[in-house]
Design a protein around this ligand. Structure first.
Ligand SMILES: [Ca+2]
Length: 236
């Protein structure tokens, strides 16, 4: 693996993570494991390409930001000088790397957000390559967040029948202190009421091209923080 340089702020996060893991080693698997029949490891961020974290199968990652008020978009920091913007690799232990970003949500904004988008596979012939995750019941991940109350997840399909600008199935979970494993039921994901309706299994789960993990706000208040994510998997 290439040598990873950390900015001072991420270094602090790394130290926090290491101590969180040391105190909870037995309660939580810190080791990335392999995919098997009951589990599909989607992204453990153990590999980098040009310094950018990639998914388990080598799919790209990028940072997305959006806002209702174009004059006050969110600010964010990931991997320095990356284009398109990428999350920063963050060292959890000597042998374990996660993906991280810092953010600031600004006002006034009716809605805004920043997320890491993780593609399952590298593009082939300029096309996104889907995963069929319809056999799984849960999505799991380890996550550390300082700043947000909750994390927004999104399941996305593009180029395989549908290309929505927005309105893909979303789910939210509440953040607890520390670097914890979270487990969400896939059946808890739903589209916003205004979105073009998709068949969740046929159009999304069977043709999943990327997922996002991020922060968001409605009727936004000033908020800043850090998100570190690792070991994203689908489980039966
Ligand atoms: Ca990892």
């Amino acid at each position: 693996m290439t040598k990873i340089l950390f900015r001072p702020t991420l270094l602090v996060i790394t130290v926090v993570l290491v101590s969180a893991i040391a105190s909870a080693q037995s309660a939580d698997s810190a080791k990335p494991s392999a995919s098997d029949g009951s589990k599909l490891i989607y992204a453990d961020f153990q590999n980098l390409e040009n310094g950018r974290p990639v998914s388990k199968q080598g799919g790209a990652t990028r940072l997305n930001a959006y806002s209702q008020n174009p004059a006050n978009p969110p600010h964010y920091r990931g991997l320095e000088k990356s284009d398109p913007p990428a999350p920063a690799p963050a060292r959890v232990t000597d042998a374990d790397t996660a993906a991280a970003f810092e953010y600031e949500l600004r006002i006034p904004n009716e809605w805004a957000g920043v997320s890491i988008e993780i593609f399952g596979h590298p593009e082939q012939d300029g096309k996104l390559v889907p995963d069929d995750v319809s056999a799984y019941k849960f999505i799991t991940m380890r996550l550390f967040a300082k700043g947000p109350q909750s994390i927004k997840l999104e399941l996305i399909t593009r180029g395989h029948g549908y290309n929505l600008e927005s309105g893909y199935p979303v789910a939210y979970f509440k953040v607890s202190p520390g670097f914890n494993t979270y487990k969400m039921k896939l059946s808890d994901f739903s589209q916003p009421s205004w979105a073009t309706p998709l068949d969740f299994k046929r159009d999304v789960l069977m043709k999943l091209t990327s997922i996002t993990v991020g922060v968001s706000c409605d009727k936004c208040k000033l908020e800043s923080g850090t998100v570190v994510v690792d070991n994203i998997a689908f489980e039966k």
